[in-house]
Design a protein around this ligand. Structure first.
Ligand SMILES: [Zn+2]
Length: 138
């Protein structure tokens, strides 16, 4: 018997998201960023930038840096598998709305062997598509 996946388009509007207590963006800031503050001015963070370095380049350029990372993380170097290969999670920075541009400019200066991930969370006007129901039968 085939299991057929049915999509039930249930759209949650901003007013009903989490009972209207917060917008999706506010929820992202609270749960994904854990209420972090902007690294520059201390205002609540709205953007997170993470930098990853190619493991081969990092170990060639600075083995001491890898050792220090391992020391700070209970003997484990924080590694991430990307489609481009293995990368070391090197750093993380937070910015508020007004410092966002500055942080992006800084992130753009990262060397070519680095990957930069910019997490701005969901858009303010997002509508959540939830509820994928599994039903049996053809
Ligand atoms: Zn700021």
């Amino acid at each position: 018997m085939a299991v057929k996946r049915q999509r039930q388009g249930k759209t949650y509007h901003l007013k009903t998201f989490m009972g209207g207590q917060m917008t999706p963006k506010e929820a992202h800031i609270k749960y994904a960023f854990g209420g972090r503050a902007c690294d520059k001015c201390g205002a609540p963070a709205e953007v997170c930038v993470r930098t990853f370095g190619d493991i081969k380049e990092v170990s060639r350029r600075s083995p001491q840096f890898l050792l220090q990372l391992a020391r700070e993380n209970d003997g484990q170097v924080p590694m991430v598998d990307f489609t481009y290969g293995k990368f070391v999670a090197m750093g993380r920075a937070y910015a508020c709305k007004s410092c966002e541009k500055e942080l992006e400019v800084e992130a753009a200066k990262a060397p070519s062997w680095c990957l930069v991930e910019i997490d701005k969370g969901p858009k303010e006007t997002i509508t959540e598509q939830v509820a994928t129901q599994l039903s049996e039968g053809a």
